[in-house]
Design a protein around this ligand. Structure first.
Ligand SMILES: [Zn+2]
Length: 696
């Protein structure tokens, strides 16, 4: 054997270095299993005996304390790299199993050793992986090593599982629980720790949300214990702020409810070599023994907490829940389903003049894959319609009718029951008939027998269904309303609208009421908005709403107002029109009252005929025309107008006028003559008095 070994070691091998790989699985083994470590280092002498110089033996011991199954062993990777680069003449390890604990690593190493003609040496001898026999043996050793690991693990795991199934396995206790010397789990004797946990459960019971519990802890400035999981202080309690994940961990942990559990999580290895913990559904837990030891809450409370957490969770799997009602005014928050793709729609608010307006948006695909928003529906009109419908649904008349119908149905119960029972009897009869037919047929006549048997089976199934249906309907009808219940229902008619319309009722409470009554609402936006409303009892209702106007449309001045302005322009200036409209109670599309600039703009925008043109059409004269006609100066015309001698109509708000032709002046001839006489004397130049004379 020794000769053989020396034959394998060639001069070409001796030119390269010898690599000694040393590893112990755990730090504890490194300290306690010193003999093995010594033996591993002893292999160095072996390399020297094979002809390597002492200083050419390189020891790789960076993996001490690392499991062979670990994927990121730095030392092993270095070894593979050195072999791959052809630096190694021989690789030494105490056992092959020390090199690689999984076949993949091991065979890769063998392959590389064969390519670079590197030898492998363990306690039993020297191998050349390029030789078929050696390679076969090494491969076998690797497989054995892997099998050994498996058997070891299975043995240990089996022991743990057995203990776990009996509920006797000691596992690291959660914060607030400790093991006594005899191995029973009890509440931590530290009263401060106990107090903290009791506070947490009480706070969750009060608020119903993990977030709210965290907020409450912050407001009360409570410090919470957390167990240090690694480092020199491992196992000690650290005090700090309560975190959301901590609350969830405590609430989800059945051990606080006194239950023994094992197998809540499984370790899964991913394709990229990492390990992840996967939470298992409850029916796949290995052990669950309620009331196994002392706890902070009862099992019923634990179950209730789970339900509340589940109901409040924003998303669990693909089945997205509606979520708890929040403060925003969107009435249907979390209850709206998209009529196009079936996803739950989210709420988006926009602010208009300090008030929040909800929009329902289907944007899951957008968030997930960056696609366009599926649909976007303004929510205000929808909320109003749903609220009106709910109030309508509980009005006294509707309730009365419902109760009468219910009573009517009740009275028909006996009759209906008899009819349904007859149906069951009929199914029974048909079934027996099919049975008799099948019994009578000659069993050798397979074809007929088979078809008759199939018929019999069919009748049996129908009978089962008929019986189930009968019991179900019977149970349903048997619910009789007591007088008290009737009274309570009728009371609802007055209570519900009062509570709903009370300004003191919070939006969140309104949403809670909606959730009690409605299951969900499906929205579809087309040329109008279509709502399909599903009530808790299973009833349906559809509403069709017009698409709400967009903001510029909402600010458009109503057509009747524009028509009114058109009429008023015959008589008034813009400022006067504004006053008239305000006095008559008209309101503009935006703002609270009309003003003259607004009217002027409307005249321009709607292409109404300006007042100036209208007056001109009626034959009114401008100042200059009037002056020319009267053969006086424009100032004189103005003065005459002020004195009432002439009649003018203002066409602008700066007192600019158009003048009525002189014919209108004729009835006031006398007065005009007097005035003009005086004016001629006082103001008007003599040569320009002709026109006035003409006027007299
Ligand atoms: Zn959608």
């Amino acid at each position: 054997m020794t000769n053989d070994q020396h034959q394998k070691v060639q001069a070409s091998h001796l030119k390269r270095d010898a690599y000694l790989y040393v590893r112990q699985s755990t730090l504890r083994q490194v300290f306690e299993n010193t003999e093995s470590t010594k033996r591993q280092y002893g292999l160095r002498q072996r390399a020297v005996a094979l002809g390597w110089a002492e200083d050419r033996v390189i020891v790789i011991d960076t993996d001490l304390g690392q499991s062979g199954a670990a994927t990121d062993r730095e030392g092993f990777q270095r070894l593979v790299a050195e072999v791959g680069m052809g630096h190694a003449g021989i690789v030494l390890g105490l056992e092959v199993s020390r090199l690689a604990r999984n076949s993949m690593d091991w065979h890769r190493l063998l392959e590389i050793c064969a390519l670079t003609s590197t030898l492998i040496c363990d306690e039993d001898g020297v191998y050349d992986p390029a030789h078929f026999n050696d390679r076969l043996l090494l491969g076998l050793k690797g497989t054995m090593s892997e099998a050994e690991l498996h058997v070891l693990r299975a043995r240990l795991q089996g022991g743990i599982l057995n203990k776990a199934r009996r509920g006797e396995l000691e596992m690291r206790p959660p914060v607030g629980m400790v093991y006594t010397s005899d191995g029973t789990l009890v509440l931590d004797p530290d009263l401060q720790v106990q107090h903290c946990l009791r506070w947490l459960f009480a706070a969750f019971a009060r608020t119903g949300s993990a977030c709210a519990t965290v907020n409450a802890a912050r407001n009360e400035k409570l410090a919470f214990p957390r167990r240090c999981s690694k480092g020199p202080h491992k196992g000690e309690l650290l005090w700090g702020n309560l975190a959301h994940d901590q609350v969830l961990r405590v609430l989800h942990n059945p051990r606080y409810a006194g239950a023994f559990v094992y197998g809540r999580c499984h370790t899964v290895r991913t394709i990229d070599g990492l390990t992840r913990l996967r939470r298992m559904p409850r029916d796949e837990w290995i052990t669950l023994i309620p009331d196994n030891h002392a706890g902070y809450i009862s099992w019923e409370e634990f179950e209730l907490n789970q339900q509340r957490l589940h109901a409040g969770a924003q998303s669990i799997g693909s089945d997205r829940r509606s979520g708890p009602p929040r403060e925003g005014p969107a009435l249907l928050q979390g209850m709206v389903l998209c009529g196009r793709c079936g996803q739950r729609m989210t709420v988006r608010y926009h602010d208009r003049n300090g008030q929040l307006y909800p929009d329902y948006v289907c944007q899951r695909e957008r968030i997930k894959y960056g696609e366009v928003v599926c649909q976007h529906v303004p929510g205000t009109s929808i909320d109003q319609a749903v609220a009106a419908m709910l109030i309508e649904a509980v009005n006294p008349v509707a309730l009365e009718v419902t109760l009468v119908v219910q009573q009517e149905l009740q009275s028909r119960f006996e009759e209906a029951d008899r009819m349904r029972h007859a149906h069951v009897e009929r199914a029974q009869y048909e079934c027996e008939l099919a049975q008799r037919r099948y019994m009578r047929v000659d069993p050798d006549n397979r074809l007929v027998a088979d078809s008759l048997e199939a018929q019999w089976n069919e009748k049996l199934r129908a009978l089962g269904e008929a019986r189930d249906e009968y019991t179900r309907r019977r149970d349903e009808d048997a619910r009789i309303l007591t007088d008290e219940q009737r009274k309570a229902i009728l009371q609802l008619a007055s209570d519900f609208p009062r509570l709903w319309n009370d300004p003191g009722t919070l939006d969140r409470d309104r949403k809670r009421m909606v959730r009690l009554l409605l299951e969900d609402v499906t929205l579809n936006r087309d040329d109008k908005i279509i709502l399909h409303i599903r009530f808790k009892g299973g009833a349906h209702k559809s509403l069709h709403l017009p698409l709400p106007k967009c903001s510029w449309q909402q600010r458009v001045t109503p057509t009747p107002v524009v028509e009114e302005i058109d009429r008023l322009l015959d008589e008034y200036t813009t400022a006067q029109i504004a006053n008239v409209l305000n006095a008559r109670g008209f309101t503009p599309g935006s703002g609270s009252a009309f003003h003259k600039q607004m009217i002027a703009r409307l005249v321009r925008d709607y292409h109404l005929k300006p007042r100036y043109d209208r007056l001109r059409e009626r034959g009114m004269l401008t100042l200059q025309e009037m002056a020319d006609k009267l053969q006086v100066t424009t100032s004189t015309v103005k003065i005459w107008l002020r004195r009432g001698l002439l009649r003018g109509h203002a066409y602008s708000d700066k007192n600019e006028c158009l003048y009525e032709p002189l014919a209108d002046l004729m009835p006031r001839k006398k007065q005009g003559a007097k005035l003009s006489q005086r004016l001629i004397e006082t103001t008007v130049q003599p040569e320009r008095t002709k026109g006035v004379q003409y006027a007299t």
